[in-house]
Write a protein that binds this ligand. Structure first.
Ligand code: NAI
Length: 418
């Protein structure tokens, strides 16, 4: 099989970890059972560019159960779990092109290797497959039925393509499902970013001044978990509504230039570039820790930090220490890439169960309905979103109330007033 992985001998370790995740992905398992019976993806080729984690492995085998031929590459050079890549190749016969720590050239050769399998459906986390298809491989586009997008930054890129009139096949924005961003971005990122920082540094959170840049879904999650561990949370924002929300949650809100001199830890969660940059590095305290949780490694201006520093060296795995001219030490985690996926394992499987159930059902929807779809970015259909929430509650053993006929009628009427 054509593939590129680090070490096939890691396959059995990977299989144990994939199975561990599977035990916490009950909704996806139910979907896989249905796929196994119905084979809704029979004869389809699916190309995926996702973080190569235990949870992604379970999504890949689910799609394969549905009858699809699947190929996978990484959506970030540092997020690949090499044992998972090996397990998918050796135990599941799924071609994987991903090695943890691959350089930019290898990264794109892997993206192209997946596109060489001539997919009918693409799965992206950050829109790199879509972007390469539109810029370098337009000839393949007529064969595409549709694609899905997992993250906020990818959806922003795709909406900009749609607006510019260049998007050439339909995409379902899985990120925008309620059962995705409300849970994965908030609780998943919240927990796993703290996990990544702690694994990399073993620092004490209690009492630390912890600056969260961006108070969107990811930022809210990081802030609440840092607060729970006793940190003093400071938020920076550019959006007045979100800044106000952070104030009402009890966080201090201030511009980055002010926060720079106060923080002990900084986490960027904005999807924006240069959020911490040259005008801040001169102000940051000795020993401060910088980490990024946004999709691309542009949120902390690492090249400016390198230029302004006099030396750099790794002092622990995933911790590169920059020595500034006045001897201050600034510690950058995971090279400014997604800290939760680089120095920890990414989101817990239970939360990815929601996101990847949306992915699997959206892929089935594309397979069934692609002829009705235009070259647009679509929301996940409401019935899929609600069904994922319903199934998750079921597997958690939680029952909820049901509207009576009178309540349903009342809630859809306007006649009854005071
Ligand atoms: P969001 O759009 O809900 O939040 C982003 C927030 O950052 C907004 O409130 C925006 O006003 C703010 N912002 C933008 N520029 C800023 C600046 N210069 N300074 C301060 N605040 C600024 O987006 P969401 O869903 O929270 O995603 C954020 C990033 O995280 C995206 O790149 C997304 O793809 C990524 N992501 C990462 C995950 C991970 O596992 N690490 C999981 C999910 C999303």
């Amino acid at each position: 099989m054509n593939c590129d992985i680090k070490d096939s001998k890691l396959a059995s370790v990977g299989a144990d970890r994939v199975n561990w995740a599977k035990q916490q992905m009950s909704v996806l398992n139910m979907i896989a059972e249905g796929f196994e019976e119905r084979k809704p993806l029979d004869g389809l080729r699916i190309g995926a560019c996702l973080h190569v984690t235990t949870e992604t492995a379970n999504l890949m085998t689910t799609l394969k159960s549905g009858g699809a031929d699947v190929a996978l590459c990484a959506s970030n050079p540092l997020s690949t779990q090499d044992d998972v890549a090996a397990s998918l190749v050796i135990n599941d016969g799924i071609p994987v092109f991903a090695r943890k720590g691959e350089n930019r050239e290898e990264y794109y050769s892997h993206v192209n290797a997946v596109l060489d399998t001539q997919p009918h459906i693409t799965l992206d986390d950050g829109a790199d497959l879509v972007s390469v298809l539109h810029s370098e491989r337009q000839g393949q586009i007529p064969a595409l039925m549709g694609g899905t997008e997992e993250t906020t930054t990818g959806v922003i890129r795709l909406r900009s393509m749609e607006k510019g009139g260049v998007l050439a096949y339909p995409i379902i924005a899985v990120n925008d499902a309620q059962t995705k961003h409300l849970f994965d971005n908030r609780y998943g990122t919240g927990q796993s970013v703290i996990d990544g920082i702690l694994r990399a540094t073993n620092m004490l959170m209690a009492g630390a001044n912890f600056v969260v840049c961006g108070f969107g879904w990811c930022g809210k999650g990081v802030a609440i978990r840092a607060k729970g561990l006793g940190a003093n949370v400071i938020v920076t924002e550019v959006d007045p509504l979100r800044a106000l929300e952070a104030v009402m949650e009890g966080y201090r809100v201030m511009p980055m230039e002010e926060a720079a001199g106060i923080g002990n830890v900084f986490v960027t969660t904005t999807g924006d570039r240069d959020v911490i940059g040259s005008k801040h590095f001169g102000l940051i305290n000795d020993g401060a820790i910088l980490a990024n949780a946004g999709h691309f490694d542009v949120e902390i201006d690492v090249s400016a930090l390198r230029q302004m520093s006099v030396s750099q060296r790794y002092v622990r795995p995933y911790v590169e220490q920059y020595i500034m001219p006045d001897e201050r030490r600034i510690n950058l985690l995971a090279d400014g890439r997604l800290v939760n996926l680089s120095s920890a394992e990414g989101h817990p499987a239970s939360v990815m169960d929601l996101s990847f159930s949306n992915q699997a059902l959206s892929v089935e929807y594309i397979a069934q309905r692609h002829a009705d779809l235009g070259n647009q970015v679509y929301a996940v259909p409401d019935d899929i979103d609600t069904e994922v929430a319903r199934l998750k509650l079921n597997v958690m053993g939680i029952r909820i109330d049901v509207l009576t006929d009178e309540q349903a009628e009342y809630l859809s009427s306007w006649q009854t007033g005071t």
